[in-house]
Design a protein around this ligand. Structure first.
Ligand code: SAH
Length: 453
């Protein structure tokens, strides 16, 4: 039996999907230790002992892993976003490839080999979107990121994952807020004015959007904000205020007002132009997303004749990027603003063979099936929780030749692939793509094809 505060000696053998190192005590109990690397020999203090495993903290590094590097962010250990700041990018890629492989094998029952992970072209400053919570903590205005599983904001205005100028724009907004007498939001009481500062930029165009999320129904001194920001950076082409008065951790409220410029910014992806509202989902790493979509297109093996069903289509990016390689694109997405963006994006790019519907993927698929629509290829790109069983069943009834499944959660991906395997499809190929360097997240693309009778 092990006890809290006991010191054990172990070697880190593996990394979990949350980026924690795993080692074993002499008697075989697994211990999860954050900020470690495969090969570390450690003295670890047990901080929480469960029946089958324990959490530990590094007490002393006896012999460091060759994967280790000096972390280059002063707050990474508290903010929790970058779980891999202390290892080389090459090691991080290895870890990510391995856990996608492991999940598909263990949870998906797949015996195949994943293809080598595609690294992100940029490892720092790759994000095109930031949402900084603004809070008053211990009398200080704090702007940054929520610490893991907490309501505490870690002050971080120059996050390495964001472009440098995001931090500068954030400072401008905070100076404005102080001058305008706007008080940071307080969750406990639901009082205060400024909840979040939301920034988005078009990586390929340089266009920038600033959106203040306020706890109220108007933004006082809005003109002063507009003057300050447009003077500061002429590439800020959209300034908006979003109203969120609910006691919720959902960032955006339902209503947004444009204070200056357009309601969207434009970016280019896979040779197409996309208009993005604050509400629309858009991959945060533009260059790696292009690699992801190209890989998905390769897996889709389109000849020009196919009907392509793009489920969970967001602003239409994937389907539109493949529209010139197939006969018809049907996109489905649940957020109305994103569907509007998708329709406009189709027009803007002269795509005439794409239609978009707003609704739940499972219900829309049923409806399409009732209309006797038979897609040749189905693209799935669901949120982390994966697809509903009913959706998978409907898709199988539609009997597409191929399913290309894009996922940011290889555990739910593996679960869904296993289900599709039971229903008559086989997993042909899988390749991870690193859209989120330094964090624990990784995207991957899977190709499944209908087993011929
Ligand atoms: N394919 C897009 C978006 C992927 S993110 C892209 O690559 O940019 C997942 C998307 O699924 C989000 O836009 C989210 O709004 C949408 N979504 C979430 N639940 C849904 C559901 N039940 N039915 C349809 N779309 C849903």
């Amino acid at each position: 039996m092990h006890t809290k505060n006991e010191i054990v000696t172990l070697t880190i053998q593996d990394i979990t999907h949350e980026g924690m190192g795993v080692g074993h005590t002499e008697d075989g109990m697994a211990v999860l230790v954050p900020r470690t690397a495969v090969g570390d020999e450690l003295q670890v203090r047990l901080v929480k002992v469960n029946r089958r495993f324990a959490y530990g903290r590094i007490e002393r590094i006896l012999s460091p892993s060759p994967h280790r590097i000096e972390p280059d962010c002063p707050v990474s250990h508290r903010c929790g976003g970058c779980v891999f700041r202390h290892v080389s990018y090459a090691a991080e890629l290895q870890y990510k490839e391995r856990f996608v492989q492991e999940n598909l094998r263990r949870l998906g029952g797949w015996q195949g080999q994943v293809e080598p992970i595609l690294p992100s072209p940029k490892v720092d400053g790759y994000r095109n979107k930031a949402q900084y919570p603004i809070r008053l903590q211990r009398g200080q205005v704090t702007a940054g990121f929520f610490a893991p599983r907490s309501h505490e904001v870690v002050d971080c205005r120059n996050c390495r994952l964001q472009p440098k100028d995001f931090g500068e724009i954030l400072e401008q907004v905070l100076e404005f807020a102080e001058e305008a007498g706007l008080v940071p939001y307080q969750e406990e009481t639901g009082t205060g004015d400024l909840r979040h500062v939301y920034l988005r930029c078009g990586e390929q165009t340089g266009e920038k959007m600033v959106c203040l999320v306020v706890n109220g129904t108007c933004l006082p001194h809005a003109q002063a904000l507009v003057e300050r920001l447009t003077r500061f950076d002429p590439r800020i082409v959209s300034i908006q205020v979003n109203f969120n008065t609910k006691n919720t951790n959902v960032i955006l409220g339902p209503h947004t007002q444009v204070l200056y410029g357009k309601g969207t910014i434009m970016d280019r992806l896979c040779g197409l132009e996309f208009d993005l509202s604050p509400h629309a989902f858009y991959q945060v790493n533009n260059m790696a997303a292009q690699m992801l979509y190209q890989l998905a297109a390769q897996y889709a093996q389109l000849s020009g004749k196919e009907t392509l069903l793009d489920l969970y289509c967001g602003a239409g990016t994937i389907g539109l990027s493949m529209a010139n390689q197939c006969a018809r694109v049907i996109g489905v997405e649940i957020i109305p603003q994103a569907v509007e963006n998708a329709k406009i994006n189709a027009k803007r790019n002269g795509v005439e063979n794409a239609e978009f519907y707003c609704g739940d993927a499972a219900q829309a698929a049923l409806m399409l099936q009732e209309q006797q629509i038979r897609p040749d290829v189905v693209i799935l790109d669901p949120p982390r929780k994966g697809c509903e069983d009913t959706l998978l069943e409907t898709i199988v009834e539609m009997a597409p030749d191929r399913i290309v499944y894009i996922s940011c959660n290889s555990a739910t991906l593996a679960r869904d692939c296993k289900r599709l395997t039971e229903l008559g499809y086989q997993l042909e190929r899988c390749r991870p793509v690193d859209l989120f360097p330094r964090t624990s997240h990784v995207e991957c693309v899977v190709l499944m094809s209908k087993v011929k009778e």
